[in-house]
Design a protein around this ligand. Sequence first.
Ligand code: PXG
Length: 300
Amino acid sequence: MSEAPQGCAWIEGSYLPIAEARIPILDTGFVRSDLTYDVVAVWGGKFFRLDDHLDRLERGCERVRLRSPMSRAETEEILEQVVARSGLREAYVETVITRGVPTPGERDPRRFENRLYAYAIPYVWIQRPEQQEVGSKVVVARDTVRVSPGAIDPTVKNFMWGDFVRGLFEAYDRGAVLPILTDGDGNVTEGPGVNVFVVRDGALATPARGVLEGITRQTVLDIATELGIPARVGEVPVSALYETEEIFLTSTAGGVMPVAELDGRPVGAGGVGSLSARIRATYWDWHDDPRFTRSVDYGD
Ligand code: PXG
């Protein structure tokens, strides 16, 4: 029996069961959303593309001028420990770096001591596998656009989910489960925790700008290269969503998630498209491929 089967957190030097993990209320991560974070999956007891996730976290820190208090090796050790102590073979593993807790009266963000938090919990599905088998219902949000990259840099993973949460309510109101947000200028961006792919004439396309450079998105591009499927990263006009054969969404929390219905109408022939299904299967095969995985030492 593991010491923290529901999950394990590392907070200020201690490993704690997830239900006991607390952050200080004055941490600017909480009161200002002044932070960046990353989520890596463990599948079958192995981290998937851990180096890519940690590279992205480091790039994000540089872009918003955060400095992790932990070295890369220390971070890797903490992530391994939260997983090993939870005993979880399929886990969602989050690392958060916040600006930290100011000394009383301090407002200059350069003077804060940045903090790192980390935890592992059971793997999270944005769409459950049963739903992925049939595809999900999605809408193009009409009431909300994605926040401008000039305001919040979407390539730095962040908790400023105001646009996404508003979009989610709109999606539920319209009988769907997820919104796709536009840039307000006729182009597709992304959805809450997901990148967007369209398939046209057997080729993939995904937006280049105004989005997180998802590791699952990269994995799909790598799979496309390996399978000889043409793929393009560039502008995706909203109109392309309505002329496409297939649409799927990608995230560490769920993988490759086919979309069956857009704005109440079937996508392509309806159901799950053949390319989406093939890419999804390969995506999960790669979770056991030594090129992309690193085993967790559970000590048993
Ligand atoms: N766009 C945004 C805004 C995200 O937050 C993605 C795209 C996909 O990126 P990855 O690297 O995961 O392929 C994300 C990732 C959750 C959850 O619980 C969300 C994400 C990842 C893990 C869990 O909603 N978002």
